[in-house]
Design a protein around this ligand. Structure first.
Ligand code: TRP
Length: 451
């Protein structure tokens, strides 16, 4: 058998996995979902979901990947046989990664458009009232949405077919820290805005009143989405990990980093929103409307805007490649396709399937037509279904499999090799056996109003 390629080091793995986790989910989605769900209490439930559900599932995913050195479907095959029903976790993951990539790329396309608007000076001297019409114009434009969506998919395919580790690992080392510094600069600006204390209260003031029955479901889904869990992306990345590299410390680092960036992002966006009297529940346009306003107040939209949005595109790219890598590694490992063929075909398919998402703002059928029919446009429907139901369902399967089905020797060896955290093994196993499955099922039942 061919030797599997590996990350060059544990740091390389942590960077790549953080690259997968940190993306539009933190900077674009977390603030707007928080806004739509009334702030504080949603954030609290989110944090609990990350620590008690997300982290244990992340450890389990990486562990399965590393122990089997295989992509999701193959991993479950080698652990439980070729006809096992557990394979459906792998297939579900393939399906979710495909759906998520199809609409993720549309939002990444918006970030590319904003990079272009910044470079070409079109955001210079922006007045606060002009920010929203600029986003609406993009949102409704069929041509621009399709154009950027396809460019972004093409970019993702280009990176993935060159193979894991080389390009991604090296670029991440520079650009991820750069993004973090950029965010700290913006946070420094936001702290001195009039709306900061109101924003802080909004994000951390634990007021349960505005919490709806699907609030917990959305917090759980957001935790899975943001940590890249439930569809085998972390499993796949774990399969490129060498045996001597510890999993637990890596997972904790990734989770903390991811959560910090989501919170910082909210603390940047909401002060702008409150200072300029905008609506926190403004939806998917939130980051694209508020960041240009803040930057134009700093008088530096062209340079900083270009930097910010280009880094956002990069963050989205490192996430998108982990999604495409799930389908590509399936086709390579299971169907014996070449890497080039696998990435091009899977990428093209996700690109085509993403067309209705790209049209959701401007096209009557996929936009307002569906809104009047089912209350959500195509884009939001896919996001809701994939993020809030399919990912936690995948996570449920992974938790039950790891805790109740996996061979104890293999599991404890996986947890402990390369790691000094022996005492946590029992706690982790208990969480995975009981708390994780129960929490996910309760949240599901609550969302359909059964409890
Ligand atoms: N976590 C990424 C983000 O926050 C998105 C992402 C990448 C993802 N890979 C994933 C989401 C796998 C779910 C599953 O932007």
């Amino acid at each position: 058998m061919k030797q599997r390629t590996h990350w060059e080091s544990r740091v390389g793995f942590v960077l790549a996995a953080s690259g997968s986790a940190v993306g539009l989910g933190n900077i674009w989605k977390f603030p707007y979902v928080t806004g739509e769900n009334g702030g504080g209490f949603f954030v609290l439930v989110y944090l609990i979901c990350v620590a008690l559900v997300g982290l244990p599932v992340m450890i389990a995913e990486i562990l399965i990947g590393r122990s089997t050195q295989n992509s999701p479907v193959g991993a479950f095959k080698s652990l439980s046989g070729t006809k096992s029903p557990w394979l459906s976790i792998g297939y579900l993951g393939l399906f979710s990664s495909f759906i998520i990539l199809s609409f993720y790329s549309v939002v990444a396309g918006w970030s590319m458009h904003y990079t272009w608007l910044s470079v070409s000076g079109q955001l210079a001297d922006l007045k606060p009232a002009e920010a929203e019409p600029i986003f609406d114009q993009l949102f409704q434009s069929t041509r621009m949405n399709l154009f950027w969506h396809m460019i972004f998919i093409g970019l993702t395919v280009g990176v993935v077919f060159k193979g894991i580790s080389k390009g991604v690992e090296r670029w991440s080392r520079i650009l991820m820290p750069a993004l973090f510094i950029m965010m700290l600069i913006l946070l420094g600006k936001a702290i001195f805005m009039d709306g900061f204390s109101q924003a802080f209260q909004f994000v951390f003031g634990f007021n349960a009143l505005k919490f709806s029955s699907t609030g917990a479901l959305k917090a759980l889904g957001q935790a899975f989405f943001s940590l890249s869990l439930g569809m085998g992306a972390m499993l796949t990345y774990g399969s490129y990990l060498r045996n001597q590299d510890g999993i637990v410390e890596a997972s904790v680092t990734i989770s903390i980093l991811d959560t910090a960036i989501a919170l910082i992002s909210s603390l940047i966006l909401f002060p702008i929103i409150f200072s300029y009297g905008m609506e926190p529940a403004a939806g998917p346009g939130l980051v694209f409307i508020s960041i240009p306003i803040a930057l134009s107040q700093m008088g530096s939209t062209t340079i900083f805007g270009t930097l910010f949005f280009a880094l956002l595109v990069f963050a989205a790219l490192t996430s998108a490649i982990s999604m495409l890598e799930v389908s590509a590694s399936y086709l390579i490992d299971e169907k014996k396709w070449t890497r080039v063929r696998a990435t091009v075909v899977a990428g093209l398919a996700a690109g085509l399937f993403g067309i209705p998402s790209a049209l959701s703002g401007g096209n009557w059928i996929f936009g307002s037509g569906l809104i009047s029919l089912i209350g959500k446009n195509w884009f939001d429907s896919l996001d809701y279904l994939a993020s809030n139901w399919m990912l936690p369902l995948g996570g449920l399967g992974i938790a039950i499999f790891t805790a109740w089905r996996m061979n104890e020797a293999l599991r404890s060896k996986g947890f402990l090799s390369g790691s000094n955290l022996r005492i946590f093994y029992k706690i982790w196993l208990l969480l995975l056996k009981f708390l994780v499955p129960i929490a996910i099922v309760l949240i599901f039942l609550h969302a359909i109003n059964l409890i």
